[in-house]
Design a protein around this ligand. Sequence first.
Ligand code: SF4
Length: 334
Amino acid sequence: MTKKKRVLSGMRPTGPAHLGHLLGAFENWVAMQDDYETFYCIVDWHALTTDYADTSELPANTHELALDFLAVGLDPERSTLFVQSHVPQHAELHLLLSMVVPLPWLERVPTYKEQMTQLREKDLTTYGFLGYPLLQAADILIYRADTVPVGVDQQPHVELTREIARRFNHFYGPVLSEPEVKLTPTPKLPGTDGRKMSKSYGNTIGFAEDEASVRQKLKTMVTDPARIRRTDPGDPAKCPVFDLHEVFSSQETRKWAAEGCRTAGIGCIECKNALADALLARIEPIAKRRRELEKRPDDVRDVFREGDRRAREVAEATMADVRAAMHLPTEEDL
Ligand code: SF4
């Protein structure tokens, strides 16, 4: 039997997960469990790189994300599910790599400057924020991941990881392996205000939200701005509600909505109700599983405890090779 390729991916515990996470990451992660050896990580140290000033929510957010991991269908029988800070070897590799990575490599990462501008209200002139792509590289390299599933905006981070592995191997011998990028499709997913769905815009729909809240959010969601009265025909191509129909509704419903919109045959309320039905049908099984898991916190903890243990074992094997390659002194050297 050929050995499955290994995949590593992570998510920050920064608050309730939403449809953007479900479509942009989780559904891919679940599908990859069949063909890959999968390692999925709650990257709590990464959350600190931008949210270091108030860390009080970190334990609760980590627990919530652990529930999400299991509710969306990540299967501990097939995936190693763990918490980054429970595997301290990530920090050790980050430190050792920081000795060999030239500063300009980090300064030129596109998301570094972008986020600096976007998150102006936070002071991100920190060593940790500059180093977060390096921490990400350590996360990947420590598991000798073959493949990293990322959206196109994260691709430079994997390229950087490859460069770092090459530089390390050039100095110390062939220890780290270069991961491949697996580009994952990210469907257009607007939030309730029509901008990209994002926690920082406050326009998200959570996949564990109850029905009333989802329906209420869709009710007030922006539509084609030119369709002011019920009798005005609209253009689905200019309506974020229709973008969500594209993702969640059947072909038949999409056709009904598009035609009804263009001819003013249906009103926006009807159109949104049909979307709400389709969207709720997709997320209700997840929300239900999540509610069941909430009642069994010990089982959730056990899953992650076992995942942490397995992750530490793999990470420690890589670190033993890294330390030896870098001639770090052992007890026998004293
Ligand atoms: S009918 Fe539907 S697609 Fe058309 S503007 Fe209203 S919400 Fe948007």
